[in-house]
Design a protein around this ligand. Structure first.
Ligand code: A3P
Length: 321
């Protein structure tokens, strides 16, 4: 029913009917569009974005699979990029009053009310910052052809899966059922999850980061957790706004890390009780914020199965988890 309500045009309905579908998460079905799985409501806005979005050379795109650490990366990139305008240590910083998904909106979900029309984004303050879960090949040509920069965050697929399982069960609209861990795992390990398959998504950005390292920066959630100072400096360098020695000794890096820390963000009023642009309660973006939580959920057969799949699918790259 949810899908039916969301059908905005005959064209959309026709398109959906022509696409392969499988049982979904959060929505009844997921649809295969350009080799990735989508919630039905995202297909029309994605097409609109692909056709009409005009990138500017200094745009910054935060790309990820859901639950890879997007919220954290959006906050870090915004705080870093705009640090001369919004002082990270001051208590009127936008990140203290708005959720990162409001500040750095998604192309495919948050932009505009009419999914067939792209609003005028030319007046947004520059550099403009956007988020996306779209796979690399499906970004608009304008992004591919401009000098804008993309930062991708990837997370160990075990943790990404557990995080997404919790998240989707929290936001699933009634009367759709929540999924058991086994049901969700079954779909995930076949690559059937929003913006999946996991491996194709990761590989697309990974390859792009190897081919065009000045355009795509590939980060890992685990690396950020292990050494945020180092990774933040790398990010600033990539964004052509490296921290000066004076900034470093003056505590700017530390202020950004503190401002964007899980503990700090989770406790903010806006993240406890507010809602993001798509109506999702902000609190669901902050669960545990740890690496390795998956061991509390996976049984030995699940670990074996997913390890094997990931090893096989990612064999052509040097990524390991
Ligand atoms: P867990 O469910 O494992 O806790 P996304 O932002 O891509 O939706 O990913 C959400 C995951 O990132 C959740 O993982 C969430 O707790 C974690 N997260 C959110 N904000 C974070 C932060 N500031 N630092 C570290 N992890 C964070």
């Amino acid at each position: 029913e949810e899908e039916k309500l969301s059908l905005k045009s005959d064209f959309h309905e026709e398109l959906l009917q022509s696409l392969p579908k499988e049982k979904g998460w959060i929505t009844q079905y997921l649809y295969l569009y350009q080799q990735f799985w989508y919630r039905p409501t995202l297909i029309q806005p994605t097409i609109t974005f692909q056709k009409h979005f005009q990138a500017k050379h200094d745009d910054i795109v935060i790309a990820s699979l859901p639950k890879a650490g997007t919220t954290w990366l959006k906050a870090l990139a915004f705080a870093t990029m705009k640090r001369h305008h919004f002082i990270p240590s001051q208590n009127d910083h936008p990140l203290l009053h708005s959720n990162p998904h409001t500040i750095v909106p998604y192309f495919e979900t948050n932009i505009g009310d009419n999914p067939s029309v792209i609003p005028d984004l030319s007046t947004l303050p520059e550099p403009r910052m956007f988020g996306t879960h779209l796979p690399f090949p499906s970004l608009s040509n304008s992004i591919h052809n401009s000098n804008c920069k993309i930062i991708y965050i990837c997370r160990n697929p075990f943790d990404t899966f557990i995080s997404y399982w919790h998240f989707s069960n929290n936001i699933v609209p009634s009367p759709l059922p929540t999924l058991t861990l086994e049901e969700a795992f079954e779909r995930y390990s076949e690559g059937i999850h929003p913006f999946g398959p996991f491996w194709s998504h990761v590989l697309g950005y990974w390859k792009a980061s190897k081919d065009t390292p000045n355009k795509v920066l590939f980060l890992k959630y685990e690396d950020l957790k292990a050494d945020i100072n180092f990774e933040l400096k790398r990010m600033a360098q990539f964004l052509d706004c490296p921290f000066s020695e004076g900034e470093e000794s003056g505590g700017v890096i530390d202020s950004i890390i503190e401002l964007c820390s899980f503990k700090k963000m989770k406790e903010l009023e806006i993240n406890k009780n507010g809602k993001a642009l798509d109506g999702v309660e902000n609190k669901y973006y902050f669960r545990k914020g740890e690496t390795g939580d998956w061991v509390n959920y996976f049984s030995p057969w699940m670990t074996e199965k997913l390890s094997k799949i990931i090893k096989e699918k990612l064999s052509e790259c040097s990524l390991s988890f």
